[in-house]
Design a protein around this ligand. Structure first.
Ligand code: ARG
Ligand code: GLU
Length: 690
């Protein structure tokens, strides 16, 4: 008996220690963590990190392009983010003649900086707990959907009032802890953001998808932009008259860097985590969703690769598309491995057993059963959705047909022309055709019969095979040929019988009828059950520091520079150097073929020890790309750009043993700017800590 108790106690103690290491903390509540941060080496005060009374580090950090993080590195509007975050824009300005992706791009003066319509950055002005205001109108007798309407109405009026506070203001109310708490986030948005420079992809994406999510890493993953404002430093649409934005705060750059064991922290916009999931949610990810998606993407990627290997033009056209398909594909593989190796579902189950005996007879009794019942209905539906989204929904031609069809009905011809331009520029019909056949074949194999779309069954009966059906679509659709599309548009006879259009609408009407409503209903029930379960977990462990799951709002996470051991007998050091770039360099392998100038520079001096990347224990996720990695004093030492794939289960369960974020050392950025880009004028704008 004694022994059992001891094991349980020890288990609980270990669990809480492990969990305490991760965490994505709200900056406005950083005072609750500052003691712990300082005990790990931080020298800053809470006010240095987040303040609404004076400029603080938060004012140097921005949401970049709606999905990445960037930070100010000069007082003249210069910002830095990852190469892969700037990728779309670098690609947009690229052609076979000016291939900035391949060769890099550096604006040598301000007038050659390139505008990027559609790109914006958002700085957080402030954040505020508005739970009382949001829930003011909620009563105990309300149904969930009544509560939902009250919450929505209160949230949007709060957000709307805040967005009127100043020029370029945007505000949002977001639920935290599954809607136990609500926060108002007030942002300022700048929309004139110009490309200043990016290294060649052979530096910025060195190692490509081969090294992606891996260590040792040698990627110079950065690009530089400049924010422009009107004469009063206010947000403004692009104009030649705009001037460089003067930020409230920019970061000082450290030339000293950090070494193993040093404290670091990351300030940025992590997208999604689900740390408090029920075991059934974990099992769904590890056993159903991830494996199916991985398999489908393996097939799609190998088709793209075959064509990209054959032609430089196709490589440019599909580089961005295939990179984004490959990215999650590889991440999911690490996630499955990590969840299994760490027995995450099992430890959740153990936790749930203890929790259940605590909850018995109290107000949370039954919450686990509620979750289980919902999951048993929701999971098959989710899987059908995952399969649909990774098969029928990835066909480029039919997706274009659908979107173009919508615009044609709206008679929005300007938007239609834009959409068509973007589509035809990067569309290779042969790839899409082959993907079509492969995906429709897989659809047949994977989709449970009860969920198979009636339209699909009908067409497969009619054509006999996915190939034949594909031929009918790709040869018969006006969307496959711009001239035909324009003629059809001119005649105004609609697309009601176009095979590509019919394909898209056939599937989407099934999806919106058979999947969406039921899923929505179950998801609402799930959210509600999680709201209770979250609260219950917090009551169950009153001393435990629960951070709110990431939701693309500003967070601080901290840790130490550290290597790791991915497998028995293997240890990774936390720092990589230029020597390693040279060791990987190989003109015959696309992903490892560095520019000749880098080889020449390397040969001309003593640069073997120039630091390139480093590992640390910061708890990050997608959205943290480009985030500033700072030292104990808040000086910029690196740019977060990745995690190690063995640790990507940190989105569901962080483990300090194996979860590492990968950062680009800022000194490699300086090295590239100085020696390769010859961009001393940019370095001259920066401020240095040492
Ligand atoms: N894995 C990183 C992230 O999730 C980098 C992705 C871009 N790089 C690449 N080789 N595809 O965004
Ligand atoms: N590359 C990721 C991003 O785009 C960061 C890696 C991660 O998922 O942690 O945000």
């Amino acid at each position: 008996m004694k022994r059992i108790i001891l094991t349980i106690l020890l288990g609980a103690a270990l669990a809480s220690q492990a969990r305490a290491d991760g965490g994505m903390w709200l900056p406005s509540l950083i005072s609750q963590r500052i003691k712990d941060m300082r005990s790990q080496g931080c020298r800053l005060s809470a006010e240095d990190i987040y303040s609404i009374n004076q400029a603080s580090l938060k004012d140097a950090v921005m949401l970049f392009g709606g999905g990445c993080t960037g930070e100010m590195i000069s007082d003249e509007g210069l910002l830095i983010t990852n190469h892969h975050c700037g990728y779309r824009y670098i690609q947009m300005h690229s052609s076979v003649e000016h291939d900035y992706l391949r060769d890099g791009f550096w604006a040598m003066n301000r007038s050659s900086e390139l505008p990027n319509p559609g790109l914006s950055v958002m700085f957080l002005e402030r954040m505020e707990d508005v739970t009382d205001k949001v829930l003011a109108g909620v009563t105990v007798s309300m149904t969930e959907s009544q509560r939902d309407s009250v919450v929505k109405a209160a949230s949007s009026s709060l957000a709307e009032a805040a967005s009127r506070e100043g020029k370029g203001f945007k505000a949002e109310v977001e639920p935290l802890y599954y809607g136990n708490i609500y926060y108002l986030f007030v942002y300022r948005e700048y929309r004139d953001v110009r490309l200043v420079g990016a290294p060649a992809s052979s530096i910025g994406k060195f190692g490509g998808d081969t090294d992606n999510w891996m260590w040792p890493r040698h990627t110079g993953d950065f690009s530089i932009f400049r924010i422009y404002a009107d004469k009063d430093n206010n947000p403004a649409e692009y104009s030649e008259d705009n001037v460089p934005y003067v930020p409230k705060r920019s970061l000082r750059i450290s030339r000293k860097g950090v070494s193993e064991g040093d404290f670091t922290f990351v300030y940025g916009f992590p997208g999604t985590t689900r740390e408090y999931l029920h075991s059934a949610g974990v099992s769904y990810v590890a056993e159903m969703s991830d494996p199916v998606k991985i398999d489908l993407r393996t097939r799609r990627l190998s088709i793209m690769k075959k064509y990209m290997d054959q032609s430089q033009a196709v490589r440019i056209q599909y580089s961005s598309k295939s990179a984004s398909v490959a990215n999650s594909w590889k991440k999911w593989q690490g996630e499955v491995l990590g969840l299994e190796k760490n027995h995450v579902a099992d430890s959740k189950k153990a936790f749930e057993r203890d929790f259940a005996s605590w909850a018995k007879g109290g107000r949370y009794d039954g919450v686990l059963e509620r979750l289980e019942t919902i999951y048993s209905k929701l999971n098959p539906l989710e899987l059908a959705r995952d399969i649909y989204l990774e098969t029928a929904n990835v066909i480029e031609l039919t997706t274009f047909a659908y979107n173009a069809g919508v615009l044609a009905v709206k008679k929005d011809s300007a938007a239609l022309v834009k959409l068509a331009d973007a589509f035809y520029k990067d569309w290779v019909p042969a790839i899409d055709r082959e993907v079509f056949s492969a995906m429709m074949t897989e659809y047949d194999r994977l989709m449970a019969d009860e969920f198979k779309c009636p339209f699909y069954k009908e067409k497969m009966n009619e054509y006999g095979s996915a190939e034949k059906w594909g031929e009918a679509i790709f040869d018969g659709s006006v969307f496959a040929d711009r001239a035909k599309l324009e003629a059809a548009l001119a005649q105004g006879d609609g697309f009601k019988s176009d095979p590509a259009y019919l394909f898209a609408t056939g599937f989407s009407s099934w999806y919106y009828k058979d999947i969406v409503p039921e899923r929505k209903k179950l998801t609402l029930e799930l959210d509600l059950a999680y709201r209770d379960y979250m609260k219950a977990q917090m009551d169950y462990r009153p001393k435990y520091p629960f951070f709110p799951d990431a939701n693309l709002t500003l967070r601080v996470t901290y840790g130490k520079v550290a290597g790791y051991s991915p497998a028995d007998g293997v240890t990774y050091k936390p720092v990589s150097t230029l020597k390693g770039v040279m060791e990987k360099d190989n003109p015959d392998i696309f992903d490892y073929n560095i520019p000749q100038v880098l080889r020449d520079v390397y040969a001309s001096g003593d640069y073997a020890r120039v630091p390139v990347c480093f590992l640390a224990t910061n708890h990050t996720t997608g959205g943290n790309s480009g985030s500033p990695v700072m030292d104990a004093h808040g000086n910029l030492v690196g740019l977060n750009f990745d995690r190690v794939w063995e640790g990507t289960m940190s989105d569901l369960a962080y483990d300090p043993e194996i979860c590492r974020n990968i950062s680009l050392d800022i000194r490699y950025v300086l090295f590239i700017l100085e020696k390769v880009a010859g961009a001393d004028h940019l370095i001259a704008e920066m401020k240095f800590a040492d």
